[in-house]
Design a protein around this ligand. Sequence first.
Ligand SMILES: Cc1cc2nc3c(=O)[nH]c(=O)nc-3n(C[C@H](O)[C@H](O)[C@H](O)COP(=O)(O)O)c2cc1C
Length: 207
Amino acid sequence: MFYEPKKKDHGLPKNPFNSLVIPRPIGWISSVDSAGIFNLAPYSFFNGVCYNPPTVMFAGGVGSAADGSKDSVRNVLETGEFVCNMANWETREQMNQSSATVAPDCDEIAMTGLTPVASTLVKAPRIAEAPINLECRLIKAVDIPGWTPKDDYKVVFGEVVGIHIDDTVITQEGFVDVAKIMPIGRLGYNDYTRVDSDSSFTLDRPT
Ligand SMILES: Cc1cc2nc3c(=O)[nH]c(=O)nc-3n(C[C@H](O)[C@H](O)[C@H](O)COP(=O)(O)O)c2cc1C
């Protein structure tokens, strides 16, 4: 089949787009607003984009708050900082819970029963239960205009200035133990995948 997204002529019961770029890593973004209220939410329009400096991005759509911004995006623009926590099999339920639409003054870290820990270089807290935390500083935000204003997105780029890796997920050989972490990825619809020892494999690069 072929369809043109703008014509919405796929003929399927649901827009398939988010099943077509998969699996997507989940940036589980913790931030703090200027009043000190913690925020936590998952973003799967998320990725690492380059090495030096290590850089990540996440894209936020229109939010339910009066200013139309998602809380994470507003906080990052206000404070210039955020933490990207790795969501895994162990924390999948809390990750999902933290996507609930709540008022900006709701502390979603407390709401999900997770443990905030002070970061080393940024004011945004990191999540103790996450095996990896990337402390980030805002580089820039780019507007992606939607077909209508309710489709607008803002892509936030951050430089990773500090990295925490739980020592228990580093193997004796010094590799990050993906099978132990069991990261989760977003598929389409409400579906997810899990990386574990059965689902990961190695390919040597051609010389
Ligand atoms: C797995 C998952 C991935 C999501 N990815 C995105 C995303 O990339 N962009 C977005 O705007 N919302 C995304 N959402 C929805 C947000 O998490 C949700 O709107 C949340 O309430 C935003 O919180 P905030 O306003 O505290 O930032 C996702 C939800 C889930 C469960």
